[in-house]
Ligand binder design. Structure first.
Ligand code: SF4
Length: 580
């Protein structure tokens, strides 16, 4: 990457500080060259709007790649930058960064600068990849404008993973991903790339859906259509609405407290997500951890039962006309503080809880007569949450004739006395899922911090009776396997049998923000480099995990994976959606 020339340096001096993005159209020192400046990340909105009007915009892959990253469209940004490296563009483009030895620029902050239609252009894919790698390093070494700067680092990391991976230079790809993950540790794209590169390095087969993160997209997901974004309306703790589990598809389609429900339902973000699960890109989805992908239960177009998704494919119109499926995760309040979920107890302030309870009455109550599935509350504990309790109070047969409820709870407050406070839901339960993570008292009270095992077991006895009476049609217990509990997995299946449980669900530990990166890796036994990995594999080889009532996300070498037919067979006819 060439150092900043006198044209860019003069712009820095004119502005009075180093602007976040500098672009030049034309050659320095020609008078016809003009500059586009984005002083700080707060000015990015107006900046990208103006960029779109540049005549060269539609032709320049580099320019559009940067623009997409500034618009937080990481997958698209990386795709454009990857194509630029390959040499598909027609515009002369160059990136500059750093200062030569003779220049003294007090304001220099280290951001790279871009030139379009100028006098220089990198000539080979290798050169272009090296230039982008220098730009990624420059953004890492720079300071300030952190939110968008880190998005640029992430986009460049993914582009370089694909570019270097496509050239067979997996070490360079891994470096770009590694330094990207240091700035964006939860990136769904970089985690997928990292996993694929690890498989490549270890000589195991790269999971087909992940191959595009380290090279070309071979269209592996094109035959599949995920129906989730056509039916789901998940209200999160901040009011942000998602169309799938937030760990798998974190892009919001609007805010329940700030916008009207019809505006959210068919917002630009909602339409583009639905488009992405029909065009095979799945560009907003976590390819590494999505349950439907790991278990192979994504339907092919010809297997698709969702009428709205079918219509979207046939007509190209991705609007939907109402809400039938609500995930209510509007409140994180919980009586426990489990280490895998949070670092401390979270109970929302009374004023905030009341505001949310009012939003439930004003915005959800009118929708209740048409909602068919309500899932609550995966973000916290429903019996410890005022908005959740308000919602439970509003449900009855007259108001919600077609409603079925899926409950997720930690079980420690699920007593007969609490159940009897909400008679309107008694005939409406479709399933109850209890997250447990232990088979014995010591482990339970360690991983269910503030929980008391004897109370929990007594409550489970009550649920077991409701299950045998048929009041609960489906009872499921889940277990997030990790260092401190994996030796109890077999005992857990036996405990579930005793409790009349229909399905046992095993899921790998994810870092939801409660752990540092090191702490997470020390607990996550499912990684091959974990000291207990082989012990873990020995545990999950047991035939008990092949039972039809046992669900899991095991896709590890050394165990027999579920075939797609088996996984699909398990999914049909149950309320299991595999959500984290
Ligand atoms: S993350 Fe998985 S389940 Fe969610 S929309 Fe994407 S493919 Fe579907």
């Amino acid at each position: 990457m060439d150092t900043l020339d006198q044209g860019f340096i003069a712009e820095v001096r004119n502005v009075g500080y180093h602007p976040f993005v500098m672009m030049r159209f034309g050659s320095y020192p020609l008078a016809s060259a003009h500059y586009f400046i984005c002083p700080t990340q707060n000015d990015a909105g107006g900046f990208v709007h103006a960029l779109n009007a540049e005549p060269v915009f539609s032709e320049s892959l580099l320019l559009r790649g940067i623009e997409r990253a500034l618009q937080q469209e990481i997958y698209d940004a990386a795709e454009l930058l990857f194509r630029w490296v390959k040499g598909e563009g027609t515009v002369a483009e160059m990136v500059y960064g750093g200062l030569d030895e003779t220049t003294d620029l007090y304001y220099h902050a280290g951001y790279p600068a871009f030139e379009f239609c100028g006098g220089s252009a990198a000539t080979s894919p290798r050169d272009r990849a090296a230039i982008l790698a220098s730009a990624q390093q420059a953004y890492i070494d720079a300071a300030g404008n952190d939110a968008l700067r880190c998005l640029l680092i992430e986009a460049l990391g993914l582009a370089l993973s694909r570019a270097f991976g496509g050239m067979g230079d997996y070490a360079a790809a891994a470096h770009a991903v590694k330094i990207g993950l240091e700035k964006r540790p939860y990136s769904i794209y970089l985690k997928s790339a990292d996993h694929a590169l690890t498989q490549q390095r270890e000589g195991t087969a790269v999971t087909p859906r992940l191959a595009k993160f380290i090279g070309e997209d071979d269209g592996h997901l094109k035959p599949f259509v995920c129906p989730e974004p056509f039916s789901r309306f998940d209200i999160g703790p901040s009011g942000d609405v998602l169309v799938c589990c937030g760990h798998w598809l974190p892009t919001s389609i609007g805010n329940f407290q700030k916008e009207s429900v019809p505006d959210i339902l068919n917002s630009p973000a909602a339409l583009k997500i639905r488009q992405s699960v029909t065009d095979g890109t799945y560009k907003y989805c976590n390819h590494l951890e999505c349950g439907a992908m790991t278990q192979g239960t994504l339907p092919r177009y010809e297997e698709l039962r969702d009428a709205r998704a079918r219509k979207a494919i046939e007509t190209g119109d991705h609007h939907v006309d109402g809400i039938e499926n609500v995930m209510f995760a509007f409140d994180q309040s919980c009586n426990l503080s489990c280490p895998s979920c949070r670092q401390e107890l979270i109970i929302e302030r009374a004023s905030k809880s009341e505001e949310k309870a009012r939003a439930v009455e004003q915005k959800l109550l009118p929708l209740l007569p048409k909602i068919k599935i309500l899932n609550l509350n995966p973000a916290g504990e429903l019996f410890a949450s005022k908005p959740s309790r308000k919602l439970l109070e509003l449900i009855n047969d007259e108001r919600c004739p077609d409603l079925l409820i899926d409950i997720i709870s930690n079980g420690t407050l699920f007593s007969e006395a609490e159940w009897n406070k909400f008679p309107g839901i008694h005939k409406k339960i479709r399933s109850i899922r209890i997250s447990v993570d232990a088979a014995h008292k010591g482990t339970f009270e360690k991983l269910r911090r503030l929980g008391q095992y004897e109370t929990f077991v007594s409550n489970m006895g009550f649920l077991s009776r409701l299950r045998s009476q048929g009041t609960i049609p489906e009872l499921k217990f889940s277990f997030t396997y990790q260092r401190d509990n994996f030796l109890e997995m077999e005992d857990f299946v036996n405990f579930c049998d005793e409790m009349n449980c229909d399905y046992v669900i095993f899921e790998r530990l994810q870092n939801l923000g409660a752990f540092s990166a090191d702490e997470y890796r020390s607990r996550a036994v499912h990684y091959r480099d974990h000291a207990l990995y082989e012990d873990f594999i020995d545990v999950i080889r047991h035939p008990i995990f092949r039972r039809i009532s046992v669900w899991h996300d095991f896709d590890y070498d050394g165990v027999t994976n579920m075939g797609r037919e088996e996984a699909l067979g398990r999914a049909l006819g149950t309320s299991y959606v595999g959500s984290a």
